[in-house]
Ligand binder design. Structure first.
Ligand SMILES: *Cc1c(COP(=O)(O)O)cnc(C)c1O
Length: 356
């Protein structure tokens, strides 16, 4: 059904983080005006921070080396040790950030289960406990959009607003882990500000689908950003002539947002193609942006052996053990690449269904 042409190099669907800087980014990095950013003197960093803040509808921005540090400085700037942070039970801040909110910020998470990662406002309301001497004081609500482990799922602006209204009503701050917030805005066909406006702070990544080599941004009100800047310095994230990084970030914001739609179309094509292959189970309702999660149990394979079969045929994907696989589309993946991948998976599936 799906034709396998000749392939010379790996088709790498492990993550959109593997995207390389464009030629335009590399040129901008070479010619960027620079200064010491720890003294606020790097004009290119200052330009990126202002550009990001205005794109997301906030007063100020802060360049950080990674999304992990961006989320951590945000938590540090909003909370004190012993506070409680309400978050989705499989969110990145809990699952993939090395326990930093507890180890470094000293806060305790309280989990709310979302629907494929998307929180229901009423569940958040119920999770905010009232003043009681026995409780850790709730201080912050964190939302992830798009939700990584949920399958790249999107939280609407209505739901975002409702959650933030509930939090504010109870005197809690709100943080958006918007590593892929431009994917969410693209999927919904809205200005990204509709999704960021209700939150006190937002983190997004330049280094994922937007293809910059390094960097994430935190935005919010000026006083919040200045507190976060102090924590960035405390964590060792003060980067001197960081304009070499920021220059690529500016090009990322200027040239890479529009093309995300293509990644979503490719992911949809991939998801639907995989769903048509016997033995592959795809949660198609979660294929909303640039990710496809599927299960290979029906082939009698686990994630590790399935991925070995893929790699023999020059395709890379990520493991979600025991039998789950994740594929992510990005700038280096074409529609033809997806056709090839579907051919490969079909071949693996046929081989598995032959009498052994
Ligand atoms: C990637 C990611 C992060 C962290 O970004 P790093 O730059 O890898 O530290 C945070 N949140 C989500 C949802 C992510 O996907």
């Amino acid at each position: 059904m799906f034709a396998i042409g000749k392939m010379k190099t790996f088709i790498d669907l492990r993550s959109d983080t593997i995207t390389k800087p464009s030629d335009e980014m590399l040129q901008a990095m070479v010619s960027a005006p620079l200064g010491d950013d720890c003294s606020g003197e790097d004009p290119t960093v200052n330009r990126l921070e202002a550009l990001a803040a205005s794109r997301l509808g906030k007063e100020a921005g802060l360049l950080v080396p990674s999304g992990t540090m961006g989320n951590l400085v945000s938590v540090l700037a909003h909370t004190q040790r012993g506070d409680e942070v309400i978050m989705e039970s499989e969110c990145h801040m809990y699952y993939y950030e090395v326990g930093n909110i507890s180890a470094v910020a000293g806060v305790i998470p309280r989990f709310v289960k979302g629907h494929h990662g998307v929180l229901i406002p009423d569940d958040v309301k119920k999770a905010i406990r009232g003043g009681n001497i026995h409780y850790a004081p709730p201080k912050l609500v964190a939302v992830e959009n798009t939700h990584n482990r949920g399958g790249g799922t999107v939280t609407s602006s209505k739901v975002s607003c409702d959650i933030c209204d509930i939090a504010k009503d109870r005197g809690l701050f709100t943080h958006l882990d918007g590593a892929r917030i431009f994917n969410a805005a693209t999927a919904l066909g809205v200005d990204v500000r509709e999704l960021t406006q209700p939150f006190d702070s937002v983190m997004f990544c330049l280094s994922k689908g937007l293809s910059a080599p390094v960097g994430s941004i935190v935005v919010g009100q000026r006083d919040f950003v200045e507190r976060a800047r102090k924590y960035r310095k405390m964590l060792g994230g003060g980067m001197r002539q960081a304009g070499v990084i920021a220059a690529a970030g500016i090009i990322a914001l200027e040239t890479m947002v529009e093309r995300l739609e293509e990644d979503h179309i490719n992911a949809r094509y991939l998801g639907e193609g995989l769903a048509s292959i016997p033995g592959i189970q795809v949660a198609l309702e979660t294929v909303q942006t640039n990710m496809v999660y599927f299960d290979v149990e029906g082939l009698g394979l686990d994630s590790v052996s399935f991925i070995q079969e893929l790699e023999k045929r020059l395709v890379k994907a990520s493991l979600r053990p025991p039998t789950g696989v994740r594929m992510v589309t990005h700038r280096h993946i074409s529609r033809e690449n997806i056709s090839y991948v579907l051919g490969v998976v079909e071949e693996i599936a046929k081989f598995r269904s032959m009498p052994q």
